[in-house]
Design a protein around this ligand. Structure first.
Ligand SMILES: [Zn+2]
Length: 83
């Protein structure tokens, strides 16, 4: 048994680096609504292909979205990344 290690889930520090990379790649726009992020609506990491659907933490599978947009989508996808 033991912990699930196959998803290779990054720790908090690593996720900050992932966010910085995604901002540099995609800019400060939400993937879902195209509105800019701000301090009230900070970016969260979204998996295009959810982990529960076989997605990974590869950068090609990651987008930045508002938390609200992420949650809205989570209604139809059984996955959501909490910060
Ligand atoms: Zn949004």
């Amino acid at each position: 048994m033991g912990e699930k290690t196959s998803k290779n889930r990054p720790r908090q520090v690593s996720r900050l680096k992932i966010k910085l990379f995604l901002i540099l790649r995609d800019g400060l726009e939400c993937y879902w609504c195209s509105q800019l992020f701000d301090t009230k609506s900070p970016p969260t990491i979204e998996h295009v292909e959810p982990l529960s659907h076989g997605g990974t933490w590869a950068f090609s599978n990651l987008k930045l979205t508002h938390k609200e947009c992420n949650q809205r989508r989570a209604d139809s996808w059984p996955y959501q990344e909490e910060f």
